[in-house]
Ligand binder design. Structure first.
Ligand SMILES: [Zn+2]
Length: 324
């Protein structure tokens, strides 16, 4: 997911974080001109944000449970394979670029490179897929979803950083309002998001959340091709947006990602692991887009993950309108 390494400053932050309350990055007010990016241990903010939302809004749990129930039924009744054989689903993408400086106002070609990465990864064209070990190659899937660049909205804001609290998704709080979320994937690109002792690279909202905040948020340095990224943060977050969980199930051995063909793992992978790495008595699928490995070492979704994603497009699914 990330190509950056922890800098010396980041390591110092980790070693001191036991003594401090852990909001150093926020206090420092890191600017995007600062090339040393302190990455949060949870580089994807999706689960942290979900936890906060569930506390604020207990009713969200029942909506997400309904999505889960529908997912199980759709897979059991083979609606997902029928949908996949109907042809490719096309998803128009609306980017909201919220910038303070010119370097944060990223170009159309950088945005297009994010679309290109999504199309590679969801259509069996990841440039490094030939490195997938035999053990996992048999479950590699062609998800068959295509993404197109629909619209780019650019909004100036004098904010130096954003909390992952969805404020960037509203014009009234200095961001940009969602555009037709039942038809379009909305991606907000912001300058930086300090959260829990470092910067997160992005976060997504799962199916079942409010339409007004539906979509994905990315740090501009991890959107498409950049010095830090080849666009796989976007692939990972769109995976969440299509209802995928982290491959380690956000717990230790035994925690589930609700997918059968991804091996059990005791936590996220980092960097670019050399196969095989082992946890919970099986080899880790470190190259799965829903892990935390570096961009160039992420290159597959599984058939089980595809079924889960397809379920949201089936009749009665949360994203049913997008498959029409
Ligand atoms: Zn994630």
């Amino acid at each position: 997911m990330r190509k950056v390494f922890l800098s010396v400053a980041a390591l110092a932050l980790i070693f001191t974080s036991c003594e401090n309350s852990g909001n150093e990055a926020e206090e420092q007010g890191l600017s995007s001109e600062n090339q040393e990016i302190v990455i949060s241990k949870d580089q994807c903010g999706t689960m942290g944000v979900l936890g906060e939302k569930l506390e604020q809004n207990p009713e969200l749990a029942s909506r997400m449970n309904a999505v889960e129930l529908h997912t199980k039924e759709a897979i059991k009744n083979k609606l997902t394979s029928r949908l996949a054989s109907d042809g490719t689903i096309e998803i128009p993408v609306v980017f909201h670029v919220i910038y303070r400086t010119e370097s944060e106002n990223i170009s159309d070609s950088q945005l297009q490179s994010q679309i290109d990465a999504l199309n590679e990864d969801f259509n069996l064209n990841n440039p490094a897929r030939n490195t997938i070990p035999d053990e996992f190659a048999s479950v590699e899937s062609n998800v068959g979803v295509r993404f197109t660049l629909e619209q780019v909205i650019r909004v100036y804001s004098n904010k130096r950083q954003w909390r992952p609290d969805d404020s960037m998704k509203f014009t009234s709080s200095g961001g940009s309002d969602v555009v037709n979320p039942q038809e379009f994937l909305n991606i907000w690109v912001v300058n930086n998001m300090p959260y829990r002792g470092g910067n997160i690279l992005g976060y997504a909202q799962f199916p079942g959340g409010d339409w007004s905040t539906d979509g994905v948020v990315l740090d501009h340095r991890f959107t498409g091709d950049t010095q830090y990224s080849t666009g796989r943060t976007g692939t990972h977050e769109v995976g969440h947006w299509l209802n995928l969980r982290h491959i380690w199930g956000d717990g230790g051995c035994g925690a589930t990602d609700y997918v059968d063909d991804t091996p059990d793992a005791d936590g996220p992978s980092r960097g670019c692991p050399v196969y095989p790495t082992v946890s919970c008595n099986s080899n880790n699928m470190t190259m799965n887009f829903m892990d935390y490995s570096d961009d160039e070492c992420l290159n597959m979704f599984t058939e089980g993950q595809k079924e889960r994603m397809m379920a949201v497009f089936t009749s009665g699914g949360f994203r049913e309108t997008m498959a029409q």
